[in-house]
Design a binder for this molecule. Structure first.
Ligand code: AVJ
Length: 311
């Protein structure tokens, strides 16, 4: 029997559009198919990737401060929940959470995560939501009046442009009965620490970056030659962000959905921005969107911060 190929048209349209511009980009949300989500979990265990362990320690050290901002019988809504590793710290410590709603774009990965949380936390209702949180998505009506805390860890907000970050902050603030919003942000620091975090010695980040092309080949029938693109991480000082690129090592043409995408040698596809904040730059975005900073929890080296926002 012939193999049935399903084309991911949303991915195809987005990628064909972004690759036909004069500066080629891909939206970093496409990193997260099941393989990409697994590769990201592998990144979080790397020595160079200080973010995850630092954020975990901040959460563990400050569960008291966090619990003060969660009303009894609350719903915890997590944006981009992935493997929900950090959520377990909150669920273990914050007894006021009775419902947990992980929101993620990787449907199968989300289902697996929800299942294991369900067996580990029988007292918490788990309602997984498959959605792209960068655009508005509906919350289930059963939690319409429930007090809500939003959780957006991992510095994922740093992947968004300033306008996209502001519109997300505004949207969450408009949820009915929102009590607090916990956000993980990565702080500005030396490139001696930043660059290796995005270009690790084992090459896991390179694989994660290249996975977006592998996914395009698999889900849109594109024909990218993965061996002729190289992972590159750059620090953009003016915009205070790490940029990830896939640089074409040769002059070449790739085909995607009937389009030809031409690359000159050294031309790159810009695949991700990872914004790094200062207290000042983040408080500006928060205040512009009507939030107050109630707590700015950080580690002893000021590598990372968990910000507690209240409406
Ligand atoms: C999960 C989006 C926060 O920006 O640090 C890790 C993704 N990219 N290594 C980040 C990522 C390259 C990560 N976020």
């Amino acid at each position: 029997m012939n193999e049935l190929v399903t084309i991911n048209t949303e991915l195809l349209i987005s990628a064909a559009h972004d690759l036909s511009a004069s500066v080629k980009t891909l939206n970093s949300k496409w990193f997260y198919d099941t393989e990409g989500s697994e590769l990201f979990e592998a990144i979080t265990e790397l020595d160079e990737y200080y973010q995850s362990r630092t954020e975990r320690s901040i959460l563990e050290n400050h569960t008291c401060a966090l619990s003060r901002h969660i009303a009894p019988q609350s719903a915890l809504i997590e944006l981009g929940s992935g493997a929900s590793v950090k959520t377990r710290i909150l669920l273990d410590a914050l007894k006021n959470v009775t419902q947990y709603l992980p929101v993620d774009i990787a449907a199968d990965f989300l289902r697996q995560t929800a299942q294991s949380l369900h067996s580990d936390y029988p007292g918490v209702d788990i309602h997984p939501i498959v959605a792209d949180f960068t655009v508005p998505f509906p919350l289930p009506s059963i939690i319409e009046d429930t007090p809500k805390t939003a959780f957006f860890p991992g510095s994922t907000i740093g992947n968004l442009s300033n306008t996209a970050a502001a519109s997300l902050l505004q949207r969450v603030r408009s949820w009915r009965n929102i009590q607090s919003f916990f956000i993980g942000i990565d702080l500005i620091k030396s490139t001696d620490i930043l660059l290796p975090a995005y270009d690790d010695a084992q090459g896991v980040t390179a694989q994660f970056n290249l996975n977006i092309l592998r996914r395009l080949n698999k889900e849109t029938g594109a024909d990218f030659d993965l061996s002729s693109f190289q992972h590159k991480a750059r620090w953009n000082k003016e915009r205070s962000r790490i940029e990830m690129h896939l640089v074409s090592t040769v002059e070449q043409t790739a085909n995607i959905g009937g389009y030809r995408v031409n690359f000159s040698r050294g031309e790159s596809i810009h695949t991700e921005n990872c914004r790094k904040y200062s207290y000042e730059s983040f408080s500006q975005i928060a205040e512009n969107t009507g939030w107050q900073i109630s707590d700015f929890l950080t580690d002893s080296d000021s590598l990372f911060a968990v910000v507690v926002l209240t409406p």
